[in-house]
Every structure is written in C-alpha cells, then in structure tokens.
Design a protein around this ligand. Structure first.
Ligand SMILES: [Zn+2]
Length: 123
C-alpha cells in the first residue's frame, strides 16, 4: 500500500477538529502493537463517552478536520484494521444497522395501523 506524501508509519497522529466550541478539539491517536488509543479534548470524551470526532475519524471521514494532515486519515484506517478496536467498531455498526432496520419496520407498522384505524384495507 502506498501512501504518498505521508511520513513513514508514525505511531502518533493528531487531528484538529472544528466542533461547536470556538477552539478546535484535539484528537490524538496512538498505535502500539494492536492497541489503538484515541483521545479527544471535547466534553463527551472528558466524561468517558465516545464522541463523534473520534467516531468520524475512525470511519475514515474527513469532516471538520482543520489541521493540515487530511492524508493521515488513511494511516489511521490501517491502524484500525489490525487493532482490538476493529471488532468493537464492527459490533457498533451492526447494532446501528439493527436499529435502523427496526426504525423502518416501526414506521411501516405505524403507517399500517393508522390506515387500519381509518378503516382502510391494509396489505
Ligand atoms: Zn470529541
């Protein structure tokens, strides 16, 4: 895999992400073996929760990056691939897919119920 104009295999990557505050958030990833550490300076992260700043970067998104290292998102992606974070991300995405499917089914069921209550024939 070639990564043009990126430093060779850095072990730490920092991004500045513009969020709702005036100052951008600092998101820092460190790779050590298969351990991937990701820290962010936002309130959610300070409270021990996952934040969209790290989730977006882990998903390969370039949204709101204000530092000049957009290309390092690709390096981060390779760090995720062989880390203990990967199966957890997968698990989270699968749960989200299940929710999305259930939300769609709920919407359809409500629509049918509404039609039925109007005395309409429901398929
Ligand atoms: Zn954050």
């Amino acid at each position: 895999m070639s990564l043009n104009s990126t430093p060779p295999n850095p072990k730490q990557i920092k991004f500045l992400i513009q969020g709702s505050e005036t100052e951008p958030y600092e998101v820092q990833f460190t790779k050590q073996g298969n351990i991937l550490i990701g820290l962010c300076t936002c309130e959610a992260a300070k409270n021990g929760m996952i934040c969209k700043h790290r989730l977006n970067l882990l998903a390969g998104s370039h949204d709101n990056i204000v530092s000049d290292n957009h290309n390092e998102v690709n390096i981060l992606k390779t760090w995720v691939t062989d880390s203990t974070v990967e199966p957890l991300l997968k698990q989270m995405n699968e749960a989200q897919t299940t929710i999305d499917k259930a939300t769609k089914e709920l919407k359809t069921a409500k629509k049918k119920l509404a039609q039925a209550l109007f005395g309409r024939r429901v398929m």
